[in-house]
Design a protein around this ligand. Sequence first.
Ligand SMILES: Cc1cc2nc3c(=O)[nH]c(=O)nc-3n(C[C@H](O)[C@H](O)[C@H](O)COP(=O)(O)OP(=O)(O)OC[C@H]3O[C@@H](n4cnc5c(N)ncnc54)[C@H](O)[C@@H]3O)c2cc1C
Length: 446
Amino acid sequence: MKLHTSANNHAPPQFQSWGGYPRLNADLVALNWAGDFPLRHSPENSMLPVGMGRSYGDSCLLDGGTLLGARGLDRLIHFNPETGLLRCEAGVSLAEILDFAVPRGWFLPVTPGTKFVTVGGAIANDIHGKNHHVAGTFGCHVPRFELVRSDATRMVCSPSENPEWFHATIGGLGLTGLIPWAEVQLRPIVSRKMDYRATKFRDLKEFLDLSQASSGVEYTVAWIDCVSSGRNFTRGIFMQGHHASQPESLTPSPEPRLSVPVMMPAALLNHYTVAAFNSLYYHRQLTREKTASLDFEPFFYPLDSILHWNRIYGRDGLLQFQCVLPTMEDTRGITRILRAITDSGLASFLAVIKVFGNLPSPGMMSFPRPGITLALDFPVRREVTFALLDKLAATTLDYGGSMYPAKDARMTAAQFQAFYPQWQQFSNYIDPAFNSAFWQRVTNHE
Ligand SMILES: Cc1cc2nc3c(=O)[nH]c(=O)nc-3n(C[C@H](O)[C@H](O)[C@H](O)COP(=O)(O)OP(=O)(O)OC[C@H]3O[C@@H](n4cnc5c(N)ncnc54)[C@H](O)[C@@H]3O)c2cc1C
């Protein structure tokens, strides 16, 4: 969560998420103990818990309210070394879990493309990773957590205790109350290494064939070139891997040493530099197929080694678009989306495509569902980027898909309500004192 203090000492501070767009005024109350919540609050003043602000758009922001900084709830509470069940406070980051668990032979059950997210954030967005097709979402591996409401009601939630609150809070966008602690079921490993295979593909059809052929492999994801057109349209590199089975000594990860020190001029990231990067990236692998033994850090978190990499987008920031389209047989929708992106010349080099599996997500509002998911970053060039994102959202809707709130600052209320028709049922579980900029936008409620 990035804080911008205003030059005017009387103005409330501004906050932005990872994308740097939008920036909204709010107050921040840092929670250090579970007992710090509930707060005494006025009924007009809404609240929202926040973790590390690694969501891209406005789902972790609130205009004019109070952000409850939950990162200070950072204690590991209990670990069973026989079963791998960890109980921790919800502000513990996935990086901290890895530092503790890897030397003991355990690993996260599901991890996103960065380890700098909190357990609370991972539950509230019911995040997914490269193993979605075999492991489902993060929430599938959270047997229990506690929920505290602004009226001081406390509930332990699990599939059998307060199950309706369990399902509403997983993927519940932080709106059902504060999660002070949760249990996470880790999975065993014997090595830091990953057996890795990268295969170049020429187009979407080859990507789908590779996805189908590797449906039993634990982790799969692909980088797709969203800039090149003509015969290079939708070329990419399909990456798959699994934890190595040869035991080795398990050490914690080193601290990242590189950092983007200042905001870069936005002009550095243009169609030509991205096209050049994509071409180099595609051709740096000379053969169609490459295998390697890789540490899990570059396999799961290639960008985490460079702190503040979002600064390369400059002061105006970036927006991410992530959709899922339901069908694998009919690729017209995803092709239209990819064509619109390529034609716009706006795409960055960070574009990933993956086939989600069909394990049901436990959250009432969880984003993942069976189909093809595409995620990529765009620099914020105001109206040009907004027009493209509006077009992509409209196409997603036309083809029966959905979009990911954790990566969004643009979808309209009508689009959101079509993507998540259960939103009204979910509203019954929202804490009356809680709100977010995202929720205000997609429900037209202040
Ligand atoms: C480089 C990068 C790669 C990413 N890759 C992926 C990916 O592969 N898959 C994926 O699913 N996501 C991915 N994400 C998105 C990220 O995983 C989610 O946005 C995640 O929720 C961020 O967690 P956070 O701790 O930063 O929470 P924040 O962004 O601060 O908040 C996220 C939500 O959690 C709620 N929340 C936070 N703490 C609590 C709490 N204690 N109690 C109740 N609610 C709480 C907030 O209200 C908010 O709604 C990526 C993000 C980045 C920057």
